[in-house]
Design a protein around this ligand. Structure first.
Ligand code: GLA
Length: 345
């Protein structure tokens, strides 16, 4: 057993393929260099003390008497409970959490936190982590069962499997992850905060969870096991809003493959057009944009972006922009590039 370990897990940007993960579809995320760091120090008993440095807040629980708690405290408790339920014998520890990924804004601060907590708690207990997909599923249970967001696997897979200079083609049916070179040359990708936190605007029953339920309803109505198997012709028969939800998912799956082809051709103008198409579909078919997001898309375009779209769950959060050489993104924009996946430091 080590006495001190430090785990880092990155946030992610999703280049394209949004709200496709829980429809067994395709996405093209990459891990970014910003993320969450958890330092764990063994305490010699079964008590866990958590210090969320950026929030100035603490939590404290016994591994043998794990109770639920709301807000950020759900994460360490849920991670500990799910790891032990999966057979890992954990040890008590002092956990110190710090982060560089903006919270609650579409860059997967939640997944970064879950993954870093799991790696730190396993590391301090001297337990080898399971393979990436198994750990991604476990972290997703933390989010679904403990935090209460019915999110898919996109964020956890991206955080765990990230590679420098690569985006990841993820097939959420087979869970096959294929690295795709993301060669931008003098072009750049940035994200700009809309200033609206999706945690407040959309994670409840009227937001993300509602969209997920609508997709399930659309696939039931079409007689397919997931929207991955539906076509635009089939979707055209559905009533609104199910038609829009299905059309978005089906067309964004196709845009993932088209983006991979455009990247292979080094045709970044075409990638920009695909980002715009995806955003229009998220706004008009999936209906998860907001005035603040639209204003942010406008700012990126005014600064010269060839394509811009909301990233992540929607209802606020960050907007991704693709800039050609020579253009100057807004000063507060965060420059994003693919970095390595989660690891012990
Ligand atoms: C959030 C969820 C992911 C995914 C995206 C939308 O980030 O956590 O599982 O559904 O939204 O693509």
């Amino acid at each position: 057993m080590g006495d001190l370990v430090t785990a880092f897990a990155p946030g992610r940007v999703n280049l394209i393929g949004e709200h496709t993960d829980y429809n067994e579809g395709l996405a093209l995320p990459f891990a970014i260099t910003e993320g969450v760091t958890v330092r764990a120090e063994a305490s010699g008993n079964r008590r866990v003390r958590v210090h969320a440095v950026d929030l100035g807040a603490h939590d404290d629980f016994e591994l043998d008497h794990l109770e639920r708690a709301p807000g950020w405290r759900a994460f360490a408790r849920g991670a500990a409970a799910e790891l032990e339920a999966a057979g890992a014998r954990l040890v008590g520890a002092r956990l110190r959490i710090t982060g560089t990924v903006p919270r609650g804004s579409g860059l997967s601060s939640s997944a970064a936190l879950e993954v870093a907590l799991c790696l730190a708690m396993l590391g301090i207990a001297g337990v080898a982590p399971p393979d990436e997909v198994t750990l991604a599923r476990l972290c997703s249970r933390v989010e679904n069962e403990w935090v209460g967001a019915r999110t898919g696997l996109l964020d956890q897979v991206a955080s765990l499997c990230g590679e420098p200079e690569r985006a990841l083609r993820v097939d959420f049916r087979s869970l096959e992850v294929t690295p795709v070179p993301l060669e931008l040359g003098d072009w750049s990708l940035v994200t700009l905060d809309s200033g609206e936190s999706h945690a407040h605007a959309g994670k409840g029953e009227n937001g993300y969870n509602r969209r997920r339920a609508e997709c399930a309803e659309a696939s039931r109505a079409l007689g397919v096991s997931a929207l991955r198997d539906a076509t635009l012709e089939m979707a055209a028969e559905l009533p609104w809003p199910l038609r829009g939800r299905a059309e978005h998912v089906i067309s964004d799956d196709a845009r993932v493959e088209r983006t991979i082809a455009a990247l292979a051709d080094r045709d970044l103008e075409a990638v920009g057009e695909l980002l715009d198409e995806s955003h229009a579909s998220l706004r008009d078919n999936f209906e998860i944009s907001t005035d603040a997001v639209e204003a942010t898309v406008g700012r990126l375009r005014d600064a010269g972006a060839v394509g811009a779209r909301l990233v992540g769950g929607g209802f606020g959060g960050h907007v991704l922009g693709l800039f050609p050489p020579g253009a100057a993104p807004p000063r507060e924009a965060l420059s994003v590039a693919p970095g390595p996946g989660a690891r012990l430091l």
